[in-house]
Design a protein around this ligand. Structure first.
Ligand code: NAP
Length: 227
């Protein structure tokens, strides 16, 4: 989703910095975006890596207008099978990593900018097995509400984009075919989202078209969370 969004941002005239932990994945993403892009390898849950990322941004461009904090993970574990490791992995990246990504980016942020973070419809639905993932994503709305108030004098908006089930490589890693079918069966159109459909909303949240949108959880899920 972030790759599709980065491609759209560049089409709209932006220069983008993207991250990934694997160099070959990053190189391929840079190749697909084609121009106006810098790839910086790093783990969004690692504070030293975040420092390196924002050092690169500062050196190459100096300032940031838009931050799309998208890195996240979530494996299934029903109550009774939740381990410390399962809990720590989800909160370490989804909550702690996102928090420090935003906090470190803020040092370079232009007034009037837009910050948005990838939540999940899981945060507002009760999908069995995903309570820890959902809770880690639900923290983002609490972050957004506090931060937008703290940043109001700088006119920086903070929102949460909740994708519904979307056809990405992550799906293949964490979902069985049966789970994919289950998710598709509860989407009114019967088909998952495409990364490009999330990217269209990311462009909206990044741009002044959403200048009066602040502190929302924007579900982009084909109506799944509405029914
Ligand atoms: N797909 C869905 O149905 C769905 C639904 C709701 C919410 N979400 C959320 O949407 C976000 C993106 O998911 P996606 O489906 O687009 O995943 P994806 O296709 O697997 O892409 C994730 C990208 O993020 C990078 N990444 C993952 N962990 C990272 C980390 N710790 N540090 C830096 N980069 C990292 C990955 O590269 P490396 O592996 O090389 O690091 C990969 O390029 C996540 O927050 C996820 O929880 C997904």
């Amino acid at each position: 989703m972030a790759l599709a969004s980065a491609r759209r941002f560049v089409e709209e005239g932006a220069y983008v910095f993207i991250t990934s932990r694997r160099q070959e994945v990053l190189d391929e993403a840079v190749r697909l975006i084609g121009r106006n892009v810098t790839g910086v390898r790093g783990d969004a849950a690692n504070l030293d890596d975040l420092d390196r990322l924002f050092d690169t941004v500062r050196r190459e461009k100096g300032k940031i207008d838009v931050l799309y904090a998208s890195a996240g993970m979530g494996e299934a574990a029903p109550l009774g099978e939740i381990t410390e490791q399962h809990f720590d992995a989800a909160f370490n990246l989804n909550a702690r990593g996102t928090l420090f990504t935003v906090q470190k980016a803020l040092l370079l942020f232009n007034d009037g900018g837009s910050i948005f973070m990838t939540g999940s419809v899981a945060a507002i639905k009760g999908f069995p097995g995903y309570s820890v993932y959902a809770a880690s994503k639900a923290t983002l709305l609490a972050f957004a509400r506090g931060w937008l108030n703290e940043l109001k004098d700088r006119n920086i908006r903070v929102n949460v984009l909740h994708p519904g089930p979307t056809d990405t490589p992550m799906q293949d890693q964490v979902l069985t075919e049966e789970a994919k079918w289950m998710f598709e069966s509860v989407i009114p159109r019967g088909k998952m989202g495409r990364p490009e459909e999330i990217a269209a909303v990311a462009v909206f949240l990044a741009s002044d078209d959403s200048s009066f949108v602040n502190g929302v959880e924007l579900s982009v899920d084909g109506g799944l969370s509405a029914i």
